[in-house]
Design a protein around this ligand. Structure first.
Ligand code: URA
Length: 181
């Protein structure tokens, strides 16, 4: 499948009931040949309105970490496990994740990044292991098939608890070193 076919099939998807309530499908954005892919959980209200991942308050906070490491959105690829917004910002249901994960797998195959970074617990539980503990295991690199995957705190969690920002800087430095090796 190429990018156009994939994006079209994702936009036309009717597998979940949340699909009919969304304003926009939030497919993903950034460099389709990126070395690094960031994967969040699902679009929030701002993302649903704009059709772009991580453009709300949490996304603006995330951009600061990219800037601090000399990266910007044009260099990286950003997507979510779910492409449609769950109502009331609830966690994605397991069946919604099952319905949607195929689109993400195809995106990963097309980008072929050196590193996949899960943004937060939900993404890490889906992409690394079901019992992933974000407080203990953030910043650790795991081998998953052909890919290296790690997780960092979700930017919304950093806004709720700024004491975690320090860990986030340390993890992002490690990530930068990994990419520069
Ligand atoms: N939170 C996410 O996990 N993804 C977004 O795109 C926005 C907020």
């Amino acid at each position: 499948m190429d990018w156009t076919e994939l994006e079209n099939s994702c936009r036309e998807c009717t597998k979940c009931s949340i699909g009919s309530k969304k304003k926009n499908c939030v497919f993903g954005c950034g460099n389709q040949n990126a070395d690094i892919m960031f994967i969040g959980e699902a679009p929030g209200q701002s993302e649903d309105e704009m059709g772009i991942p991580f453009v709300g308050k949490a996304g603006k906070h995330f951009d600061k970490f990219l800037t601090a490491l000399g990266m910007d959105r044009e260099e990286v690829y950003i997507a979510n496990i779910l492409k449609c917004r769950p109502d009331n910002n609830r966690d994605p249901l397991p069946e919604e994740q099952d319905n949607c994960i195929g689109y993400l797998r195809e995106q990963v195959k097309l980008v072929r990044p050196k590193l996949i970074v899960c943004l937060g617990r939900i993404s890490a539980m889906r992409l690394i292991k079901p019992d992933f503990k974000i407080t203990k295991e953030h910043g650790i690199f795991f081998k998953k098939g052909n890919y290296t995957v790690c997780a960092v705190y979700h930017p919304a969690a950093l806004l709720r608890d700024p004491s975690k920002n320090q860990d986030m800087y340390i993890d992002m430095k490690k990530i930068s070193q990994f990419l520069n090796n």
